[in-house]
Design a protein around this ligand. Structure first.
Ligand SMILES: Nc1ncnc2c1ncn2[C@@H]1O[C@H](COP(=O)(O)OP(=O)(O)OP(=O)(O)O)[C@@H](O)[C@H]1O
Ligand SMILES: [Mg+2]
Length: 215
């Protein structure tokens, strides 16, 4: 299956979730290819730090044409492809939306992120005019750790209103484990000791986004 992690907004946690989901899938025995489609190259840098097995194949394509042709050519060699895009509405984002089976759109419970969700919804709506079968999930990332956070609740209800997204009520909270593990090319399952809350959140997200078993 192809999963794209994208948002027109920067800094929402796209790369963090792309790396964590890619490693999570590889640990389930899947052959995973992480495609870094952001000029910043953060996903590639993370995977370059990885010393543990299982290995994750990682490539960088920052031109829409190359991204499209390489993903189409190499798709059959992998069980799962995870595409991390940069935080802009550009040709790469639109190309990834055309290619992917599922798009995951992270956002933080903050005003600027919520406003930007409407830009991302517009990109999704445009692409839906050109293809069928795209599933787009919105998920809160960097959620406030408190269970009854008003910020989380208000942000969730704002995003639930946007018809282009299927809202996943599986928040990934602000936890050091996510940033520390990702910067070392590790999944949150792999740190010593693992943070059980981060692991539980990631496991729930893995089960929800990889809804199609076949590539
Ligand atoms: N759930 C989380 N808990 C704690 N820190 C997080 C979490 N998600 C992301 N971060 C941190 O927030 C920052 C931005 O995350 P990340 O680089 O993944 O965002 P991005 O959307 O890929 O950004 P860009 O648009 O620049 O590509 C990083 O420092 C990362 O470690
Ligand atoms: Mg990124």
């Amino acid at each position: 299956m192809i999963l794209m992690v994208g948002n027109t907004k920067g800094g929402v946690g796209k790369t963090t979730l792309a790396v964590q989901l890619a490693i999570g899938r590889a640990r389930q025995g899947r052959q995973v290819w992480l495609v870094d489609a952001d000029t910043q190259g953060t996903a590639s840098m993370s995977i370059a730090e990885r010393t543990l097995g299982p290995g994750i194949a990682c490539s960088s394509y920052i031109e829409p044409k190359t991204l499209r042709s390489q993903v189409k050519q190499q798709l059959a060699g992998y069980d799962d492809v995870v595409i991390d895009v940069g935080g802009r509405d550009n040709g790469v984002l639109r190309t990834a939306l055309m290619l992917t089976d599922v798009a995951l759109v992270p956002f933080a419970p903050m005003s600027f992120d919520l406003w930007a969700m409407h830009n991302m919804a517009k990109a999704v709506s445009d692409v839906n005019g050109e293809r069928d079968g795209l599933r787009v999930f919105a998920v809160m990332n960097q959620a406030e750790p408190r269970e009854n956070s008003v910020d989380n609740a208000e942000a969730a209800s704002a995003v639930r209103e946007i018809p282009e997204f299927e809202y996943l009520d599986l928040p990934i909270r602000k936890r050091k484990a996510f940033s520390v593990a990702s910067s070392q090319g590790m999944g949150v399952h792999e740190t010593t000791p693992p943070d059980p809350k981060a692991v539980a959140e990631l496991d729930r997200l893995l089960a929800a986004v990889f809804v199609l078993e076949e590539v």
